[in-house]
Design a protein around this ligand. Structure first.
Ligand SMILES: NC(=O)C1=CN([C@@H]2O[C@H](COP(=O)(O)OP(=O)(O)OC[C@H]3O[C@@H](n4cnc5c(N)ncnc54)[C@H](O)[C@@H]3O)[C@@H](O)[C@H]2O)C=CC1
Length: 540
């Protein structure tokens, strides 16, 4: 995760590869001074221009390698730009007929795609990764429109997605089995075979990431894919379909159906879906697992978190403060792996808090399209209400707000739900805000005395997605990492996602992994073949 400069003058080159698609001029260099009314106006125009672009207004299902509308509409949902809260369009939800069609296209695609060599499949993915990099600016601009997150974050996300697609493109040729020598010259060999049609369902905080983290390992292994994005963020998964098509992915191998809960249920329970890969909340994950159990379908679940971030007294204080901010304030705090329970050793609480508050107050809340914005808009009014309820409840239960936690009006044109990053002190382990996932920029600070105590308290959660440890004592770092009950741990950093490193949760935070080589195991099944080299022996 690149660190970002939080202030001052910036020079940016906006070199949009697809400027014409947005109806804007080509290769525009903007010398940006902050605050600058011209730039503000420019960015509003940009948002308006993108919102009326073909990416938004075109059909948002993707079947047979092209965009289409559903043949039967089981309802509409609003697509809103979170920063303005303006409705950009209504999107039709797909029903049974279109879900059936998407799965049937994917089954058809599977016949030929699964027969290609890993090398051939990998080449398609590697080409797709390059196209994503060429279209990075367009994808990032559209991701901002979907999510309301700052543009610099969206660019990092797209870059990371391209890397993931590239990575699985590279691994595809290496998917193989084992040769197992047995007695008397006999042997067995194993083959890793694809599962069939994989269904994917995503949440709204990292829409392109969810589509690419699920589809690229699935496709690398020879499966085909049907994805339902979150109804709040339907845009970039469809663009990924166009990227795959341009890269040479055969029609039917990657399909998108848009919709809400009903569409998700239809996909999950479809008899020809071999596996569901889901990212979202724990209650929905549990329902999906239950539905899959009926047909013994494979599942990958990436669910919620309430992760600890432990700051020991021997840490590098500045790094620890930066780490705690990265652990809480990216994407308006709507990050599953966030370390929202920040345990600070009592002896350094004063200097830690002083630096943290000072730097948090300097974060720039504003227009997501501005280069220096570090806090964008909350995804929706509903999520804003949830976040504010947690802050109010925290106060009632005895926590103290030391900064943030308020709705901010950044510009009269931006009527979305902007919230200043919130730091809570006087928190205790039993408080609701400390126990439950908020999914907003709300950091709870807790103090501790000893390593043993903090490990016990950190593990006292039903969830186990991630965790951070800040210390300069290497033995302690390894010791605590080994004791923490979580799938993704960071020592002296937080929320970094190198593509080759598996990501996923312990306990109720999920099953299976995304990223890294281990993920291939979750998109394949092992066939073992015994080969007899002698005569068949039997007692009859
Ligand atoms: N562990 C991880 O990698 C991540 C986890 N999350 C989690 O996601 C949650 C926030 O995302 P939301 O979209 O609000 O979650 P959600 O669980 O409400 O919805 C997720 C998706 O499931 C669909 N859905 C809802 N009910 C369904 C059902 N019964 N059957 C099939 N599909 C159904 C929704 O339409 C949406 O596309 C947070 O709890 C967060 O922790 C979010 C991002 C990453």
């Amino acid at each position: 995760m690149p660190k970002h400069d939080n202030g001052g003058r910036k020079s940016i080159l906006i070199n949009f590869q697809n400027f014409l698609a947005f109806g804007l001029v080509e290769n525009l260099r903007v010398e940006m001074l902050r605050p600058c009314p011209y730039v503000r106006c420019f960015h509003r125009c940009l948002a308006t221009s993108i919102s009326s672009s073909s990416q938004v207004q075109a059909p948002l299902n993707f079947l047979s390698g092209k965009r289409c509308d559903p043949s039967e509409n089981i309802g509409n949902f609003d697509l809103k730009y979170p920063a303005t809260d303006e409705t950009l369009r209504q999107v039709p939800s797909s029903g049974e007929r279109d879900v059936n069609e998407a799965v049937s296209q994917a089954r058809e695609g599977f016949r030929s795609w699964s027969k290609l060599s890993g090398f051939e499949r990998g080449n398609v993915l590697k080409r797709a990764a390059n196209i994503m990099r060429e279209r990075l600016e367009e994808l990032a601009q559209t991701e901002v429109l979907d999510t309301g997150k700052p543009i610099w974050e969206a660019r990092c996300d797209v870059q990371g997605c391209a890397d993931t697609v590239d990575y699985y493109g590279g691994l595809a040729a290496r998917i193989s089995g084992e040769f197992l020598p047995l007695s008397n010259g006999c042997f067995s060999y194993t083959v890793r075979e694809p599962l069939g049609v994989v269904g994917g369902i995503g949440a709204w905080n990292y829409p392109l990431q969810m589509a690419s983290w699920k589809s690229s390992p699935a496709l690398a292994c020879g499966n085909t894919f049907v994805f339902k994005p979150s109804p709040l963020t339907p845009l970039t998964a469809v663009m990924l379909g166009e990227v795959y098509k341009e890269a040479g992915l055969p029609d039917g191998c990657y399909n998108i159906i848009q919709g809400e809960t009903k569409t998700g249920q239809l996909l999950t329970t479809h008899p020809n879906i071999a596996k569901m890969s889901f990212t979202g909340s724990v209650p929905t994950g549990s329902k999906i697992m239950e539905a899959c159990a009926k047909d013994i379908k494979h599942v990958t679940l990436e669910l919620g978190g309430k992760s600890p971030c432990i700051i020991f007294e021997d840490c590098n204080l500045e790094n620890a403060v930066t780490g705690a901010m990265l652990a809480n304030f990216l994407t308006q705090g709507q990050v599953c792996s966030n370390g929202t329970r920040v345990f600070v050793h009592k002896s350094i609480m004063g200097p830690f808090l002083a630096q943290l508050v000072e730097r948090t107050k300097r974060m720039k809340i504003g227009d997501p399209y501005l280069e220096d914005t570090t806090v964008g808009a909350t995804i929706s009014k509903q999520q804003f209400d949830i976040v504010m309820r947690y802050i109010e409840l925290a106060k009632k239960e005895g926590a103290t707000v030391v900064c943030g936690g308020e709705r901010v009006t950044v510009d009269p044109h931006l009527r979305g739900y902007f919230v200043s990053p919130c730091i809570l002190v006087n928190c205790e382990d039993h408080m609701t805000v400390v126990r439950e996932e908020v999914f907003g920029s709300v950091m709870s600070i807790l103090t501790f005395d000893s390593e043993e105590e903090v490990i016990r308290r950190a593990n006292d959660s039903e969830l186990g997605l991630a965790g951070g440890i800040f210390t300069s004592n290497l033995q302690r770092a390894y010791r605590v990492a080994s004791a923490l009950e979580a799938g993704s741990l960071y020592i002296n950093n937080y929320n970094v996602y190198p593509v080759g490193v598996p990501f996923g949760g312990y306990k109720k935070s999920g099953l299976g992994r995304e990223n890294g080589p281990d993920t291939l195991d979750y998109y394949t099944q092992v066939k073992s073949v015994y080969v007899e080299m002698g005569d068949v022996e039997a007692p009859f």
